[in-house]
Write a protein that binds this ligand. Structure first.
Ligand code: ADP
Length: 493
């Protein structure tokens, strides 16, 4: 199949969170499985110039709100994927991807309308003829209505089907209604049924009402977003398309996340050598974080965006009475208020708690490898990669029972049925979401279990052996791509 992937971030070009991991790994996996994959991204300042190997000499020109816009396409071959980076310095040559100093860039609507138009114009010029266009989140969502409304007669492009994946419904790209004027779409489309979101212009909504298939990143989250509590105002639209809405768990890229081959670790290890390997990584983590070099004390790790979603305020209050029983390492960047709270917590307990408010890839690897317990107390969590990476590294997750966390972390063992199907081992500890006291109790159960070393080892090994690879989900995506093609073909008849 010829597959066009469109996203605002992907590893190894640009990353602020799990979206980048997923887009990079899924594109790669589809390429390795023999599909012809083309990935479009914005060319931000942070994209390493060494990755770019060429580009199209001919610029791509189109109009946006009556103005002529010219962009260049830069090219990178990333293993099995052809990557095109939309180069428009005025929009993307900035210090951050979406905003600076805790504030979104004021022209984000224009930046991503421009990006979506540039993708379709660029594909036209390149002559790539996608059969399926896979869009990720609000930044890419407008490609769906643009394709249906503005490019339906374009040879080689008009017949493509579209799939939109929601990585986090909390981010919808909602902008003042005036931004609609930049799209070139007919004003008659600006209705509550299609693109208007309570008087504003909703990019994700516009994608949801035009994509042939919609997916999100775990089965539980697919159910949750159809309820008023988690639907952020889009529950009606989502519940109205249950036959074309699917939850597909993300995988972890085991080429990047594998304690056996991880060059960031002082000692690499497998399930067989996990005790010695983790001990060496824990010692190094304690050294780097200025914590007591104690092999016995349980070490709790956190690697997370700092956002209310992630529940780290609940974690800080649950942990403050437990500092004498564990060491705590928190790596996270984002919300200034949360950063202040965590800095205050670490400041009060300098011997037991370390907080680094930065994005630090090497340290993240060491936290997964050196921690005994990985804390992920999210209020909601579409899928979550942190808990799956942690399990791969033998750190036992303590997580809230929501979204993808509920689909991947299990506190109780479920024996297999007599036919040998459906069993699963206990691999973590679960707390009710948004409940600090229950989180405290789950942490207590984990700390108590840590001292019973044999059963602890069994739980950690169950995590290391859980299949969180893309093998689990790649074939589901392939089936859904085919389904989107059938749906697009039948709707164009
Ligand atoms: P989200 O996408 O909501 O941020 P996920 O758990 O799906 O959460 O993915 C988070 C990804 O970002 C993981 O790969 C995690 O290791 C990484 N990450 C988060 N914060 C940091 C940080 N401060 N430094 C390095 N990596 C980070």
């Amino acid at each position: 199949m010829k597959i066009l992937q469109v996203a605002s971030e992907a590893v190894p070009f640009c990353k602020t969170g799990g979206l980048a991991d997923v887009v990079g790994a899924l594109s790669q996996r589809m390429g390795m499985d023999g599909h012809d994959v083309c990935l479009f991204l914005p060319k931000y300042r942070c994209v390493e110039s060494g990755l770019i190997t060429g580009g199209m000499a001919r610029p791509v020109t189109f109009t946006l709100g009556g103005e002529t816009v010219t962009v260049h396409l830069r090219y990178a071959q990333w293993k099995s994927v052809s990557v095109y980076l939309v180069d428009h310095p005025e929009s993307f040559d900035r210090s951050e991807l979406y905003g600076a100093g805790g504030k979104d860039y004021p022209d984000n609507a224009r930046r991503f309308i421009l990006f979506c138009r540039a993708v379709l114009e660029g594909v036209k010029v390149l002559g790539f003829r996608p059969e399926v266009i896979h869009l990720h989140d609000w930044q890419a969502a407008l490609v769906a209505p643009f394709l249906k409304r503005l490019y339906s007669d374009t040879p080689g492009l008009g017949g493509a089907s579209t799939m939109l994946t929601i990585h986090n419904l909390a981010y919808q790209g909602v902008f003042p209604a005036e931004a609609f004027g930049l799209t070139g779409l007919p004003q008659s489309d600006f209705t509550p049924e299609l693109m208007e979101y309570y008087g504003n212009f909703g990019f994700l909504k516009a994608g949801l009402t035009h994509a042939d298939v919609v997916t999100t990143v775990s089965p539980t989250y697919a159910r949750e977003i159809q309820s008023a509590e988690r639907g952020f105002g889009l529950e009606g639209i989502l519940a109205g398309r249950t036959d074309t809405l699917f939850g597909v768990l993300n995988g972890v890229d085991y080429d990047l996340w594998d304690p056996q081959h991880d060059h960031y670790l002082p000692k690499r290890y497998s399930a067989n050598s996990f005790v010695q390997g983790k001990a060496a990584c824990k010692a190094e983590l304690q050294r780097r974080c200025g914590l007591e070099p104690d092999p016995e004390v349980p070490l709790i790790g956190v690697v997370s965006r700092l956002d209310r979603q992630k529940g780290l305020d609940l974690a800080a209050s649950a942990l403050k009475d437990r500092t004498g029983r564990a060491q705590i390492v928190i790596l996270g960047v984002g919300d200034a208020e949360l950063a202040g709270l965590l800095a205050g917590f670490a400041g009060k307990h300098p011997k037991e708690v370390f907080f680094k408010p930065e994005f630090d890839e090497p340290l993240a690897h060491l936290v997964y490898a050196g921690a005994d317990i990985f804390l992920m107390p999210s209020r909601f969590e579409p899928c979550g990669l942190g808990q799956m990476i942690a399990m791969r590294y033998g750190a036992v997750p303590v997580a809230s029972s929501t979204g993808g966390l509920a689909d991947t972390v299990f506190e109780e063992e479920v024996p297999a049925s007599p036919g040998g199907r459906g069993g699963r081992a206990a691999n973590g500890f679960l707390a009710a979401p948004e409940d600090g006291e229950d989180l405290g109790r789950a942490i207590d159960r984990a700390l108590a279990a840590y001292s019973a070393r044999d059963s602890w080892r069994a739980r950690a090994l169950a995590g290391m052996e859980s299949d969180c690879s893309w093998d689990r989900s790649a074939s589901i995506y392939e089936d859904l791509y085919q389904r989107s093609r059938r749906l697009a073909a039948s709707s164009s008849k």
